[in-house]
Design a protein around this ligand. Structure first.
Ligand code: FAD
Length: 466
C-alpha cells in the first residue's frame, strides 16, 4: 500500500486529529538521540497519536491486514534508533498518552499508561512516600513505556536493579491486534508465578513483540536518609578494587559512579570552579536507608576507601552532597563541550563489563581513542560495570565520522571480549543488532522463533534487536 493510501485510510479509521502526515511532522519522527539517526534519519509513512487501547488496536489491525510496519515510540530519547521506522511504516507515538490510572498505595503499586514521564511519576508517588527506583539520566524526558520496552536503569541499578523487577503486569496489543494482559487479569499481587512469564518477555523487547498500552509497577518506600562519599585515586586499578572491598565489607550503596581522568579533565575545562582534583579516577558513592544505617555504611566506606584513596570525603549535608555530586551530574554536558567544533555522539556509549575488567577496559578505550585520534570521555556506573563512553567528533567531517564508527565497533568488540555486553541499559535497537550472534550464539535462533510466534508477519518494529 502506498504512503498516500496509508495516510488516507488511517485518517478514515482514527480521524484527522490523531494522524500526522505532514512532511515536517514526519521529519521530527525520523530522529531519536542516536548518532545513527543523525547520519541516516528515516521518515515514517505516517504517525498515529493514540489516546486509548482501542486506537492502538485499530491501527495495528489495519497494519496487520495490509502488511505495514508498526513502530512504537515514547519520547525518542533512546540512543539506538529503536523507535525509528528504518524500513518505513506507521509510528505510534505514545508520549501524549500520559495518564496515571491509579496509585494503589495500599498495595504499593501504580498503574500507568505508557506516555507517563519518569520524573512526573515519581513526583506523584512521593505524595504517598513511594517511588519507582530505576533512575535514568533522561528521567525528565523518557516515558515509562520506553523504560519498560528498553528495561532501562541508571545510577541506582547497583542496588535497585533495572525496570524489570518492578513490572508486575502489562496490557499489550499484539501485532495482530489481540489484546493480552500479562501478570494476571485481576491480580494485584506483588508475587505471581502463575503461567509462563510473558511480562518478563515483554520487558526489554524494544517494541519488537507488541505495543505496551498499560503498565502495573511495584513501588518502594522512599528512604529516609542519604549520604554521599567522594574518593580520589592516583591509580586507576584502585577504584574497582575499592568498590569490591566495599561490597565485601557488606555494604551495597545505592549508587557508585566513576569519573576517569578524561571525565575529570572535561568537567574542569567546562566548569573550572568545580575544580575536581586531577587524578586517575574519582569514585562517588551514594548510600540510602534510615539515618543510623546510612552513617554506619558511610563509616565502612570511609575505612575501606582510605586504604587506597588519596583523599576521601563523606557528607550527609544536603548542600555539600549536591556539591560533591555536581561534577558527575554535569559530566555528559561537559563531554559535549570539549571541542568547540565538535559534538559528543551517542554510539558505543553503553558497554557493561565485569567489575574485575573495568580498569583494563578504560585503559583499552583510552588507547583506542589515541589510535583513532578521537577524544573519548569515560564515566559510568562502575558499581555494575556500566561504562559510558563519549567520543567527541565533528560530525560534519566524513573522515572523523568514518574513524569514530570504527572506534565504536572496536569498543563493542572489546566489551564482548572481556566477558561483558555491548549494552548495559540503553538497548540494542538498530545499532547493535549486528552483535546479536556474537553475544548470544544459538539463543538468537530461539529469540527469532519467539518473535515469529508473536509477530508472524514481521511487522512489529522490524530491523531491531536481532
Ligand atoms: C540524556 C540521556 C540520558 C539517558 N540516560 C539513561 C540512563 O541513565 N539509563 C537508561 O537506561 N537509559 C538512558 N537513556 C536512554 C533512554 O532515555 C532510555 O532508553 C529510555 O527508557 C527511552 O525511553 P523513551 O520514552 O524515550 O523511548 P523511545 O526512545 O521512544 O523508544 C525506545 C524503545 O522502546 C520502544 N517503545 C517505546 N514505547 C513503547 C511502548 N509503549 N510499547 C512498546 N515499545 C515501546 C521503542 O520502539 C524503542 O524500541 C538516556 C538518554 C538520554 C538522551
Amino acid at each position: 500500500m502506498g504512503t498516500a493510501t496509508i495516510k488516507k485510510e488511517l485518517i478514515k479509521i482514527l480521524g484527522e486529529k490523531k494522524v500526522l502526515t505532514d512532511d515536517l511532522d514526519l521529519m521530527y519522527y525520523s530522529y531519536d538521540s542516536s548518532f545513527l539517526t543523525r547520519l541516516e534519519p528515516s521518515n515514517p509513512d505516517a504517525v498515529v497519536i493514540p489516546a486509548s487501547t482501542e486506537d492502538v488496536q485499530k491501527t495495528v489491525r489495519f497494519a496487520y491486514e495490509n502488511n505495514i510496519n508498526i513502530i512504537p515510540r515514547g519520547a525518542g530519547t533512546g540512543e539506538t534508533g529503536g523507535c525509528i521506522a528504518v524500513n518505513g511504516g506507521i509510528v505510534l507515538d505514545l508520549s501524549a498518552w500520559d495518564e496515571i490510572v491509579e496509585i494503589d498505595a495500599e498495595n504499593m503499586q501504580v498503574i500507568v499508561r505508557p506516555g507517563v514521564i519518569h520524573a512526573n511519576l515519581n513526583e506523584q508517588l512521593a505524595k504517598f512516600n513511594l517511588f519507582f527506583p530505576p533512575d535514568p539520566g533522561s528521567s525528565k524526558m523518557c516515558t515509562i513505556g520506553g523504560m519498560v520496552a528498553n528495561n532501562a536503569s541508571g545510577l541506582r541499578a547497583v542496588k535497585y536493579w533495572s525496570t524489570e523487577p518492578y513490572v508486575l503486569g502489562l496490557e499489550v496489543v499484539m501485532p495482530n491486534g489481540d489484546i493480552i494482559i500479562t501478570g494476571g487479569m485481576k491480580a494485584r499481587t506483588i508475587k505471581n508465578v502463575s503461567g509462563l512469564n510473558l511480562t518478563k518477555l515483554m520487558v526489554g523487547s524494544e517494541g519488537t513483540l507488541g505495543i505496551i498500552t498499560q503498565i502495573r509497577l511495584r513501588c518502594f518506600p522512599v528512604p529516609k536518609a542519604r549520604g554521599i562519599a567522594m574518593a580520589v585515586f592516583d591509580n586507576l586499578d584502585d577504584a574497582p578494587a575499592t568498590v569490591l572491598d566495599v561490597y565485601q565489607n557488606g555494604v551495597l550503596p545505592s549508587g557508585i559512579e566513576i569519573l576517569d581522568s578524561s571525565a575529570i579533565k572535561a568537567v574542569n575545562e567546562f566548569k573550572p570552579e568545580i575544580n575536581l582534583p586531577e587524578a586517575e579516577a574519582i569514585l562517588l558513592f551514594e548510600v540510602d536507608g534510615n539515618p543510623p544505617s546510612v552513617e554506619y555504611e558511610g563509616e565502612i566506606i570511609r575505612n575501606v576507601a582510605v586504604k587506597r584513596a588519596r583523599s576521601f570525603e563523606w557528607s550527609t549535608d544536603k548542600k555539600r552532597m549536591a556539591e560533591l555530586w555536581e561534577g558527575r551530574s554535569i559530566t555528559a554536558t561537559a563531554a559535549a563541550r570539549v571541542r568547540p567544533d565538535g559534538s559528543r555522539i551517542f554510539a558505543g556509549e553503553d558497554i557493561s563489563v565485569p567489575l574485575s575488567k573495568v580498569a583494563d577496559t578504560l585503559r583499552a578505550i583510552r588507547n583506542l581513542g589515541e589510535k583513532y585520534g578521537i577524544r573519548v570521555v569515560n564515566y559510568g556506573h562502575i558499581g555494575d560495570g556500566n561504562v559510558h563512553t563519549a567520543p567527541v567528533i565533528n560530525p560534519e567531517n566524513p573522515d572523523e565520522v568514518e574513524k569514530v564508527l570504527q572506534l565504536v565497533h572496536e569498543i563493542h568488540l572489546l566489551a564482548i571480549e572481556v566477558g561483558g555486553t555491548t549494552t548495559g541499559e540503553h538497548g540494542v535497537g538498530a545499532v547493535r543488532r549486528c552483535y546479536a550472534e556474537a553475544e548470544h550464539g544459538k539463543a538468537v535462533e530461539y529469540m527469532r522463533k519467539i518473535k515469529e510466534a508473536c509477530d508472524p508477519k514481521g511487522i512489529m518494529n522490524p530491523g531491531k534487536v536481532f
